[in-house]
Each structure stands twice: as structure tokens, then as C-alpha cells.
Design a protein. Structure first.
Length: 293
């Protein structure tokens, strides 16, 4: 990565360049591939702020089956437009109700197989292929930084990386306006927090999912927390110096690395997604913090 006075040798794992602009193709595709075809007869659905929605919709279209997506009413237009473009039906709910779908693993009245965006073992395994590729491309990596939304990506990557190179550190990256993993690690148990809504919509849930806690606390080396301002600076660095468009969540890892939070050796930043809204992109280029919606 191009950066002046970088505190480490920083490399980028650009999941933002996937066909749907994020890593979510991996886990959703693996979950469908491993499912009994009979369970897919009525289609699939998921709950997502946007990226998993696109991953599930893209794979459903590839298989020729119906897809429905439960989204929070805070989801940016860029992501909802992409869901519709991929042929999926969007079901919008207030954030609290949407989060409950993730906790409950279903929404009554919606047909099809529910693919959990975070804790489905097949989804986590699919996400783990990112870690396999990191080790293949950079065997001597010291630290991997991964944005933390629900933990499916970071835990999947950590399981693969640590199986191949146990000494490699894998850190979750959170934003200070919503950092449930840090709070949970400090308390020693899954913790619900007060969250402040920001334009960084791909990470920053209200709690650590109970089913993900055992994995997160054993596989991850900790949580690195950055400010919203630092994420905006990281976005500008990616866009202006590296010609890479990332979304807020995807730039959290870069913000942590450039702040020196990961140390000074070989660091890989997983840029998890690139679905930044037009309005947010304009604000970032102007040096402003984008509005939440």
C-alpha cells in the first residue's frame, strides 16, 4: 500500500474487488453449495445491511432460485439498489427489529432457507478462504487486521491463518461509536452496548452474538478500535493515493494499521468491501465525515 511514513509494511487484501464489491460471495456461496437442494426449492433469505444481501442474491441468481433480503432501514441506497439489481426482494425493518432477525436466525412468514450472515458454519468456512489466500500470497505475514461486524469474517480468517501459521496475530477492527467486541473482551462475556449510528454501516452491531463469542475470544488476538475520523482519513488514503474505493467498514483495518496499532512488521489489512455510497464518497473527497444516511 502507498502511504507516507507508514508505521509498518502494509499489504491490502482487496475483497472490495469481488463481483458484488465484498467478501460475502464466499460464505454465501459455500452455504448454498453444501445445502440439500430440497431446502433451496423455496429460495433463500438472509438479514444484512447490504453486503451479505448482495452475496446471497448473486449466488441465488446464479442458481436460479428466489431470494429475499431483510435489511435495516438505515441501509444506504447504494446497497439497496444493488440488491434489487440482482433480482432479490428487499424487506426493510427498523434497526432493532432487523438485529433481532440476526439473533433469532429467522423472520416469521418469510419462505426459504435462512442463511445466517455471520454464524452459519458453512459461511464461516467460506470466509476462511480469505485467510488461506493471505498465507499463500504472503507466508511471512505477522499480523492480519479484519473489520469486525458479527465475527464471521474475522473468525473464519483467523481459523485458517492460525491453522497454517499459529504465530500470526489476527485482530478485529472496530469503530469507537460501536465496539461490542472490545466491551465483551474487557468484561469477559458477550456484552450489549449503546451504539451511535454513523456512515460506517458494515460494522458496529449492538452486541457480540452469543454463538460467536467462543470463537472470537479464542481465535482473535484482540480488538483494535479506531475513530470515525480515522476511518475517513483511511478512505482518503485508499482513494487518492492507492486508487481503491472502499466502504467505511472496509477501511477500518487500514485506519488501525496506519495508526500503528498493529505494530511495525508485515501487516495485511483486509479491505472487506467497497460499496461506498455516492454521497459518502463525495463527503470523503471533500474531507468531511459523511452523514449516516
Amino acid at each position: 500500500m502507498v502511504a507516507d511514513d507508514a508505521p509498518a509494511e502494509i499489504y491490502l487484501k482487496l475483497e472490495s474487488l469481488q463481483p458484488v464489491g465484498s467478501f460475502k460471495l464466499r460464505g454465501s456461496g459455500n452455504a448454498m453449495a453444501l445445502s440439500d437442494p430440497a431446502l433451496l426449492a423455496d429460495g433463500v433469505y438472509t438479514a444484512s445491511a447490504g453486503n451479505m444481501a448482495q452475496g446471497v442474491a448473486w449466488n441465488a441468481r446464479r442458481l436460479g432460485i428466489p431470494c429475499r433480503v431483510v435489511i435495516p432501514d438505515t441501509a444506504p441506497d447504494t446497497k439497496t439498489e444493488a440488491i434489487q439489481r440482482l433480482g432479490a426482494e428487499a424487506i426493510s425493518l427498523p434497526f432493532e427489529e432487523w438485529w433481532q432477525v440476526i439473533v433469532d436466525h429467522h423472520l416469521p412468514g418469510v419462505p426459504g432457507l435462512f442463511i445466517h450472515p455471520v454464524s452459519d458454519p458453512a459461511v464461516i468456512a467460506g470466509n476462511g478462504t480469505v485467510g488461506l489466500e493471505i498465507i499463500e500470497d504472503l507466508p511471512d505475514v505477522d499480523t492480519v487486521l479484519v473489520p469486525y461486524g458479527g465475527g464471521g469474517l474475522s473468525c473464519g480468517i483467523a481459523s485458517a491463518v492460525k491453522a497454517l501459521k499459529p504465530g500470526t496475530r489476527v485482530f478485529a477492527c472496530e469503530v469507537e461509536t460501536a465496539a461490542p467486541l472490545r466491551a465483551s473482551l474487557e468484561r469477559g462475556a458477550p456484552t450489549t452496548i449503546e451504539r451511535t449510528e454513523t456512515f460506517i454501516d458494515g460494522i458496529g452491531g449492538k452486541s457480540v452474538l452469543a454463538e460467536m463469542w467462543p470463537l472470537a475470544r479464542t481465535l482473535l488476538n484482540g480488538s483494535l478500535v479506531v475513530s470515525v475520523e480515522a476511518v475517513v482519513q483511511a478512505l482518503r488514503l485508499l482513494i487518492l493515493r492507492n486508487r481503491i474505493v472502499a466502504e467505511g467498514a472496509g477501511a477500518a483495518s487500514v485506519a488501525a494499521a496506519t495508526a500503528g496499532l498493529a505494530g511495525g512488521k508485515k501487516v495485511v489489512c483486509v479491505v472487506s468491501g467497497g460499496n461506498l455510497s455516492r454521497a459518502a464518497l463525495r463527503s470523503v473527497l471533500e474531507g468531511k465525515i459523511p452523514s449516516p444516511r
